[in-house]
Design a protein around this ligand. Structure first.
Ligand SMILES: *Cc1c(COP(=O)(O)O)cnc(C)c1O
Length: 379
């Protein structure tokens, strides 16, 4: 039987044509014509204030910490169930991380916890729209407004997904996107910073260009450019942007196929899994589904371990996800000791099924049947 990988990067059509075009244009460093097309796409389609391509979502997150002047002693509220980059960006500036637990029925951050954790030292609240499903943003935005703290939306999973009609990544002070090969729209490595508060737009350009005002210089706004602030090199080559542009052009087709895969899994598994003690993904009433991920939540770690092994024996790669950051080897000594039972449950029990554009219907059926038969036989 042919193996079914968890993820597979793909060419949608014109990626190689556009890469050749970028090279032929004689400009393959950052902010060439493909980068500009990608920026405009985010600004026009989703109403991003100012869109800036970065070399990764990790870099976009690090830029937000620089833009907010995060310093030692500042507190940043972060979900415990997330990728390391969400937290690392702020630790690098000396911030104290304050972890918040997930919702019981979803890995997204719990707004009641956020409210209880805000102090006079809180500078930012970071939310992650897990699996592209919106966090409960109304209370979170209200808490942030009341206390005058920034909101950063880690929208790495969340391209083309919405909260009550507003695009994810456009509601916070900043939104950060990823085009890593495992996301819906890819460029190998790659990311984007959405600067939604115009007060940060000019400085974001400077920080991204090694602390220089080179972007303003190229627009003819200043007659020479120099070192005006701290910064680093956060902009990607136009070769990366060329790959990304070919994907963005085909966004509708990409999203439609992923949604078809997602619903095919759902139809096959929903009638069977609850009786076997396994939960399916939930989509909150305020959220849309961008089919970033199809995951299951098993009864316990043993059930998940057996299921992973059974699927692997049939050539199917299903993978678990984050390990709670509050109990990570790097952070556990610094954590304030509050238990994070929901985050721990997703650490032990969440399992992601293969999900990629080229996954065929028959492969989806093969995975679904293998999941059901494994759970039936081993319990
Ligand atoms: C993938 C991911 C990142 C990191 O994205 P890169 O582009 O690989 O840096 C950050 N946060 C979350 C939630 C992610 O899933």
């Amino acid at each position: 039987m042919t193996p079914i990988p968890f993820n597979k990067p793909y060419l949608h059509g014109r990626e190689l044509v556009y890469i050749a075009e970028a090279v032929a244009s004689g400009k393959i460093s950052g902010d060439g014509s493909f980068s500009k097309r990608c920026h405009r796409f985010f600004e026009q389609r989703w109403g991003v204030g100012k869109a800036l391509l970065t070399t990764s979502c990790t870099d976009a997150l690090e830029m937000t910490a620089l833009l907010l002047d995060i310093k030692p002693g500042d507190e940043v509220i972060v979900p415990a169930y997330t990728f390391v980059s969400t937290a690392n960006a702020f630790v690098l500036r000396g911030a104290r991380l304050v972890f918040a637990d997930s919702q019981p029925d979803h890995p997204n951050i719990c707004p009641r916890q956020v409210e209880a954790l805000v102090t006079s030292r809180t500078r930012a609240i970071v939310v992650v729209h897990y699996a592209g499903v919106a966090c409960d943003m109304d209370p979170i935005l209200a808490i942030a407004k009341q206390h005058g703290v920034a909101v950063i939306e880690d929208a790495a999973h969340a391209i083309d997904s919405y909260h009550r009609g507003r695009a994810l990544g456009t509601m916070g002070t900043f939104g950060t996107f990823s085009f890593h090969e495992t996301k819906n729209v890819i460029s190998g490595e790659g990311g984007l910073l959405a600067v939604n508060d115009p007060a940060f737009a000019a400085r974001a350009e400077v920080i991204r260009e090694k602390g220089t005002n080179r972007s303003a210089f190229f627009r003819g706004e200043v007659d020479k450019y120099g070192w005006v602030d701290i910064g680093s090199s956060f902009l990607p080559s136009d070769i990366i942007a060329a790959y990304l542009w070919a994907q963005l052009e085909n966004l509708e087709a990409i999203q439609a196929r992923r949604l078809a895969i997602w619903h095919r899994y759902q139809s096959a598994l929903a009638p069977e899994l609850p009786a076997l003690g396994v939960e399916l993904p939930t989509i909150s009433e305020w959220a849309t589904n961008n089919a970033h991920m199809f995951y299951l939540v098993t009864r316990d770690l043993d059930q998940r371990t057996r299921l992973i092994a059974d699927l692997k024996a049939q050539g199917i790669l299903a993978v678990f996800h984050y390990l709670s950051l509050h109990s990570s080897p790097y952070f556990r000594e610094q954590h304030d000791g509050r238990p994070m039972p929901c985050s721990d449950k997703f650490t032990d029990c969440l399992l992601r099924l293969p999900m990629y554009y080229e996954l065929s219907d028959s492969d989806v059926d093969r995975v679904s049947e293998a999941v059901i038969s494994s759970l039936r036989s081993t319990g």
